[in-house]
Design a protein around this ligand. Structure first.
Ligand SMILES: Nc1ncnc2c1ncn2[C@@H]1O[C@H](COP(=O)(O)OP(=O)(O)OP(=O)(O)O)[C@@H](O)[C@H]1O
Ligand code: SF4
Ligand SMILES: [Mg+2]
Length: 354
């Protein structure tokens, strides 16, 4: 495997909780991200999954420098980019671009598609001189499967899937190396989701891109990812290759999430054990002591209350697919999804027709 392009270490983001109108006083903090570490290798896709509010978008925003971490580092090609400013920050930003979740709100309705896609060139004119921009934008439209003649149209003249293609074209304008895609297909109809995922895969091959792909839909993540990290309440609880996570999960939370994934084959579905979690996700302003998952974990014991489980390969597994990092004191393999080749396990992958 190629070496790391991006290395995230002990990333933390706390949002202050304040009280009072005139004299605002900090009374606590929302611990949105609380010690996240992972690597992204050149050309790979790292999927990040987890329930709503677990901190996925906060990680994404820090990766593209829309927000500064409270602590921790983001190393890109050997340099910590989380504290950069000015020209150095601008140069790095060019290489790490974001595709947003909602193609309805992320595109300015008063701008033409040409202006939307070409806007990044205003900040980075060195990538495309003024006289060449229109041609570049038309090329980008073609690359994402849209008619280059649509350059003067407005976002409302496109379908949801087409708007997301526009968002992707904009993300590609500066020829980045890394794309952070935050739930890029969640707002789209199921029938269109596969087309956009296919497009992202095609672009990855064509331009050698690396992706951080965020979603709460485990089927979609499996389809596109080489490795997958599972988040719970601001932390990664398990990380590994897609086969390790989907077929040999060792963390109870991953097992519970997987047990809820739709299984297309009725026979396999009948043999699948559904794990229903009790209780709600605790507030990130007051996470439980020890293991954050303990208030919902059916395996929790005394030790889980006092000792934070580290994300590391559990000692009980010395080799094989279960030997991947899992933050559980009592990690144990449990297959919850019947074995299926990834193509069939994910959503059906249709032709690009939208
Ligand atoms: N600017 C902010 N100020 C205060 N709290 C915030 C802010 N942004 C996010 N949070 C909180 O941080 C936590 C993580 O939010 P985040 O948006 O990263 O979650 P997520 O995993 O992306 O969720 P979803 O799946 O719903 O998109 C949530 O509790 C959220 O309310
Ligand atoms: S450490 Fe304890 S509470 Fe946490 S997942 Fe493992 S068994 Fe459950
Ligand atoms: Mg989010």
């Amino acid at each position: 495997m190629a070496e790391s392009l991006l290395e995230v270490k002990d990333l933390v983001k706390y949002y202050p909780l304040t009280q009072g109108v005139l004299f605002r006083k900090q009374v606590g903090a929302v611990k949105a991200v609380d010690g996240v570490s992972f690597r992204l290798r050149a050309g790979e896709t790292l999927g990040i999954v987890g329930e709503s509010g677990c901190g996925k978008s906060t990680v994404a925003r820090m990766l593209v420098n829309l927000e500064r971490p409270t602590a921790g580092s983001i190393t890109y090609k050997g340099e910590d980019i989380s504290r950069l400013s000015g020209r150095a920050l601008k140069a790095v930003r060019r290489n790490i671009q974001m595709v947003f979740q909602d193609p309805y709100t992320s595109l300015n309705p008063r701008m033409t598609v040409g202006d939307i896609i070409g806007e990044p060139y205003e900040i980075h004119p060195e990538v495309a001189p003024k006289g060449d921009r229109r041609r570049r934008v038309q090329e980008l439209l073609d690359v994402v499967g849209l008619n280059p003649e649509y350059i003067n149209r407005y976002p409302h003249q496109f379908s949801g899937g087409q708007r997301q293609r526009i968002g992707i074209a904009r993300g590609l304008a500066l020829q980045p190396e890394i794309i952070v895609a935050d739930e890029p297909v969640s707002a789209l109809d199921v029938s269109v989701q596969a087309q956009v995922v296919n497009l992202l895969e095609k672009l990855q091959d064509e331009f050698g891109l690396s992706y951080v792909f965020i979603a709460h839909d485990l089927s979609i993540v499996r389809h596109i990812s080489d490795r997958v990290g599972v988040m719970y309440l601001g932390r990664i609880v398990e990380i590994g290759t897609d086969a390790e996570i989907y077929e040999h999960p060792t963390h109870p939370y991953t097992q519970a999430l997987l047990s809820a994934v739709p299984v297309p084959d009725p026979q396999a579905r009948a043999h699948r054990e559904r794990i229903i979690l009790s209780g709600d996700v605790p507030s990130p302003a007051a996470p439980p002591s020890g293991c954050r998952f303990r208030t919902r974990c059916w395996k929790a014991q005394e030790r889980c209350t006092t000792e934070v489980p580290l994300l590391a390969v559990p000692e009980v597994f010395t080799s094989g697919p279960a030997a991947h990092p899992s933050a559980c004191h009592f990690a144990a393999e449990k297959r919850v999804v019947p074995h299926m080749p990834p193509q069939e396990g994910g959503r059906p992958v249709g032709k690009d027709t939208d």
